[in-house]
Design a protein around this ligand. Structure first.
Ligand SMILES: [Zn+2]
Length: 382
């Protein structure tokens, strides 16, 4: 049985321990110590990393009463161990922040926390009910008030009789002693992970994203330095956008809306002019008794159809207009006054794997092959 030092003191980052067992498994070593402050992967939280002597601890898990440390080399005797404290403290901040938010959501809306993941770069948690943007904002505000109030966070194992009369949140039925993590006036929850001792250490609680999830909501959380890092990245991006739009980050949304509207109008005008140009060019094509096969750059389906219409009377066989490229394939419209285009559609579905449809006069669709093959096949139609 491994003594869990993190259970009593979340701030212990270095310790001496005796190696109880060291077994080679495949190319790694499973190490059991008499005591540890390495928190194993548990309850949705990734494990601590660090060193046993100078051997890197790659993974930590719980097996029965033992904590298993995985290294890539063997150890023995008495060892000096150190966890990656920066990574651990960061997780303590995120985890305690999550408790505060869950406690507030539970007391305001009665929702249960039904999912949790805390990794080295991301933290998400799920509720079994939806929250509006306004509700999320209210919860975030209350959570940060709890941070500023610098409330006490305590962890303890109540006696069975005391536990029975205690109101607390729990994701599952727990066998054996129940560890309660309590945040003054905010939350009481069954939890085995390390937390900060005072809520002020969390720094800030920020929801960075959210989405509907299984009838409830998934929230992405950033606390402490993670929140600052997120703020800095977003500020950098927003400042860059504001500079391009010649505005400030505070009214970039208004300027961008105007920019997007202008761009849409411009796109529409360019599209119209491009269509006119293609059709005008088509009208200049000399008459031919055979097939007319034309490739145009960047024409939409509507333009292809209008171009084919504009070419009426200019060809004796089939007129086909294509737009696209060899990697993405080609859209096309094709027509004929003499040939039944439905039969052409059947042939090119077989020969060129075309996806197309229409009537006996005109067909439209797409072909996912190269220009040379298309040209060669269409030239063969009589
Ligand atoms: Zn917890």
């Amino acid at each position: 049985m491994t003594e869990k030092l993190y259970d009593k003191n979340a701030y212990l980052s270095e310790f001496e321990a005796k190696v109880i067992n060291c077994i080679k498994v495949d190319s790694s070593y499973e190490i059991i110590l008499d005591k540890t402050c390495f928190f194993p992967e548990q309850g949705g939280q990734d494990c601590d990393t660090g060193y046993i002597d100078n051997h890197r601890v790659l993974y930590v898990s719980e097996r029965g009463d033992d904590i298993i440390h995985i290294t890539d080399s063997p150890v023995s005797g008495t060892v000096h161990c150190a966890i990656n404290w920066q990574e651990r403290f960061d997780k303590m901040q995120q985890h305690t922040g999550e408790h505060i938010v869950c406690g507030i959501v539970h007391s305001l809306y009665g929702y249960e926390n039904v999912g949790f993941h805390l990794g080295s770069n991301d933290a998400t948690f799920d509720f079994d009910g939806p929250l509006s943007d306004d509700q999320l904002h209210d919860v975030e505000l209350l959570a940060n008030k709890a941070v500023v109030s610098n409330l006490n966070v305590s962890a303890y194992y109540p006696a069975k009789s005391e536990l029975e009369s205690l109101q607390y949140r729990s994701k599952k039925e727990i066998d054996g002693p129940v560890r309660i993590v309590e945040i003054d006036k905010t939350d009481r929850c069954a939890c085995c992970a390390p937390h900060v001792a005072k809520t002020g250490e969390i720094g800030i609680i920020k929801f960075t994203d959210h989405q509907s999830y299984k009838g409830g909501i998934r929230i992405h959380l950033a606390c402490g330095m993670r929140a600052l890092d997120d703020y800095c990245k977003k500020q950098y991006n927003l400042q860059a956008i504001a500079k391009e739009l010649s505005c400030t980050p505070y009214n970039a949304d208004v300027f961008f809306k105007k920019f997007a509207e202008d761009a849409a109008k411009l796109k529409q005008t360019i599209g119209h002019l491009k269509r006119e140009l293609i059709i005008l060019r088509a009208k200049c094509i000399p008459k031919t008794d055979s097939n007319l096969i034309i490739f145009e750059d960047d024409a939409d389906s509507n333009t292809l159809r209008l171009t084919v219409n504009a070419l009426e009377g200019k060809y004796g066989g089939i007129c086909a207009v294509f737009s696209g490229n060899d990697s993405d394939g080609y859209k096309f419209a094709a027509a004929s006054a003499k040939t039944d285009m439905n039969s052409i559609a059947d042939i090119i579905r077989t020969d060129l794997s075309a996806r197309c449809g229409g009537d006996r006069h005109m067909i439209q669709g797409s072909i996912n092959t190269d220009r040379k093959t298309i040209q060669a096949r269409f030239e063969k139609f009589i």
